[in-house]
Design a protein around this ligand. Structure first.
Ligand SMILES: Cc1cc2nc3c(=O)[nH]c(=O)nc-3n(C[C@H](O)[C@H](O)[C@H](O)COP(=O)(O)O)c2cc1C
Length: 343
């Protein structure tokens, strides 16, 4: 079954939810263009979420997707927090930041019953999850009001696990993808493979629509994914320069530069592996570090460095999320990009 048949949309294009760089404007533009727009909620409070969802509902009557992380919040460890701040100490000194005044805290919240309460008011066509699935109880609530449920798989094993729990479609996230790896059954990054290897294996392993994600940047990439059995594609990086995003100035500049060709998986910014353009902190402390607190607790200590550097036009401490193929990033309206990707 194609994505169009499953959802009643016109184009097999899902705009990837991208927490921190977009709100309702991008989702509305893509849904109105005939694709599936997405609202990422990992960094939104329930009130902020309600505002964004109300804006989408006011501006489109087309199907859209609402996306959540569903990690288990870790128990904070004072020891790991101290080790992480010690690693960052030279940078605090360089930027004259008083580390004693930096509050610790999560920065990203998993799907919860509070979020479900807000979501129930809107009953979106699709709810998608990253890092597995929420509790059976929460999942049953979402299913009961009729939303289709999608989640990311980074291995065949994860795809089978999701299929066994009744998801409606699986997002096959190849290792090229920008942002967080959806990996959830293992911590072993050697299990992560590219889209062209992962997609046909997942298509063979499950009897569900499979959405290809990672490294797809133009219409030929979309056609290639469809030729390998995809029901649709989920594209993130290519949308990052569209005027409907909130991509920061330093992030935009990096995406437009030669440095976008060099990305890596790093856990420095949040505690979980995510793909971003290699910058100073990734070179000096990582890209993968063992002193980083568990996801999402790494965020707090790095935040003031990021803010101060960015205010000077410097992306040395910014998570410059990008996939391995930034060649599709263009400063054109998201509706136009969506139509061109589907051509
Ligand atoms: C800036 C950025 C932020 C992202 N944030 C999320 C997110 O909040 N939730 C999610 O499920 N995936 C997120 N992703 C991953 C995408 O869903 C998708 O897997 C990826 O963008 C596909 O690869 P591509 O970037 O090469 O198109 C993000 C990706 C990027 C580039």
């Amino acid at each position: 079954m194609t994505l169009q048949q499953l959802l009643g949309i016109e184009l097999p294009i899902v705009q990837a939810p991208m927490a921190g760089v977009q709100g309702n404007a991008l989702a509305v533009a893509v849904s109105n263009a005939g694709g599936l727009g997405s609202l990422p909620c990992a960094m939104l409070s329930p009130d902020a979420m309600r505002k964004e969802l109300a804006a989408i509902s006011a501006k489109t009557s087309k199907p859209f997707n609402v996306n959540f992380f569903c990690h288990t919040p870790p128990t904070p460890s004072a020891e790991r927090e101290a080790a992480w701040r010690a690693a960052l100490a030279p940078y605090y000194q360089e930027y004259e930041i008083d580390a004693a005044n930096i509050p610790a805290g999560p920065g990203r919240a998993p799907f919860s019953s509070d979020a479900a309460d807000v979501l129930e008011e809107f009953k979106p066509a699709v709810v998608s999850f990253h890092f597995g699935l929420p509790s059976a109880e929460l999942l049953a609530r979402v299913r009961a009001w009729g939303s289709k449920i999608f989640s990311s798989a980074t291995t065949v094993e994860e795809a089978r696990w999701l299929a066994a729990r009744g998801v409606d479609a699986i997002i096959a996230q190849g290792v090229e993808a920008g942002g967080h790896r959806g990996i959830f059954l293992s911590n072993d990054l050697t299990t992560q493979v590219g889209t062209i290897a992962l997609l046909p294996q997942i298509v063979r392993a499950v009897k569900l629509p499979v959405i290809a994600a990672g490294g797809i940047a133009d219409a030929r990439g979309v056609a290639a994914a469809m030729a390998l059995g995809a029901a649709g594609v989920q594209i993130g990086t290519a949308y990052l320069l569209c005027p409907e995003t909130d991509t920061s100035a330093v992030h935009r500049a990096a995406l437009k530069s030669e440095s976008a060709r060099h990305t890596a998986l790093t856990n420095l910014f949040t505690g979980r592996p995510a793909r971003g353009i290699v910058n100073r902190i990734m070179k000096e402390l990582g890209p993968i570090s063992t002193v980083v607190p568990a996801f999402p607790l790494a965020t707090a200590a790095i935040a003031p460095l990021r803010a101060k550097a960015e205010s000077r036009g410097c992306g040395d401490f910014t998570s410059l999320w990008s996939g391995q193929n930034a060649s599709g990033c263009r400063e054109i309206p998201a509706a136009q990009l969506t139509r061109e990707l589907a051509q």
